[in-house]
Design a protein around this ligand. Structure first.
Ligand code: ZN
Length: 252
């Protein structure tokens, strides 16, 4: 008899419980990977200032709403998240620890790919999404030793995930809010959207780029001067880029 998906899932779920203190077979590792992805996405979505609900997670992780429902049941059962009556998802302290560990490994892999292998900043996020789950504690230690400490990843995002309020306290603002006539430096970019990163790279915009906001149009477009080029950015892009005025840089 061919096993059904439910059967496979059930079998794997039982194995997770049975094998928690012993070795972890491949089928179970797949579940662990997805668990880490969910927990990391919840932590990052919170940090973006979102109230995390299942529809948002489905969008962030490109999975179906029923898949999120199944995953949330598992995560709550394992004491990693709580879901309240209005559907708001929050990490428990154990869930947050797993998320932070995964974020650290993601950060290290991105830096390794960029600093050691010379891979472009546009590519490293997707690659790190796959590799972060394979990092052992011993390899993590080696990476920390080899790369040294750096607060930000190639996209400018901090190791300690900051929410919009914390970013503002550090003198950052969204490009969409930047003042016409002023000069800024790009601090960080939303990194979960490969197409956005490619779009920015084509226009010479990346963390560290100096740009001048010339005007904000009535239609929401921002007109910028980057190097000597004039660039128009629509609001869906300008609201995903954090900048700081030049004199605020020393705050970091
Ligand atoms: Zn990054």
């Amino acid at each position: 008899m061919q096993p059904t998906c439910a059967f496979v899932f059930e079998a794997a779920r039982r194995l997770v419980i049975k094998c928690s203190q012993k070795q972890i077979p491949v089928a179970v590792m797949m579940i662990t990977i997805s668990k880490e992805n969910y927990l990391k996405a919840i932590a990052e979505a919170e940090a973006e200032g979102n109230t995390v609900i299942s529809a948002l997670l489905a969008r962030w992780l490109s999975v179906t709403p029923p898949a999120v429902t199944v995953a949330l049941k598992r995560l709550s059962r394992d004491g990693l998240v709580t879901v309240n009556k209005s559907g708001r998802i929050q990490l428990t302290s154990v869930g947050r620890k797993v998320a932070e560990r995964t974020i650290l490994r993601h950060h290290l892999i991105e830096r390794m790919l960029s600093e050691i292998f010379g891979m472009g900043w546009v590519e490293v996020h997707d690659e790190a999404e796959r590799l972060e789950h394979a990092v052992s504690p011993a390899f993590e230690k080696k990476l920390v030793k080899m790369l040294g400490h750096r607060e930000t990843c190639p996209h400018g995002n901090g190791l300690a995930v900051m929410n919009p309020e914390q970013r503002r306290k550090k003198g950052q603002l969204l490009l969409i809010e930047a003042e016409a006539g002023s000069t800024y430096r790009v601090r960080s970019v939303y990194e979960r959207d490969r197409k956005l990163l490619e779009f920015l790279e084509e226009r010479g915009i990346r963390p560290g780029t100096r740009l001048k906001v010339e005007s904000h149009n009535y239609d929401g477009n921002a007109i910028l001067k980057v190097e000597r080029k004039r660039i128009t950015l629509g609001s869906p892009v300008a609201e995903r880029i954090w900048v700081a005025t030049e004199h605020e840089r020393n705050l970091h």
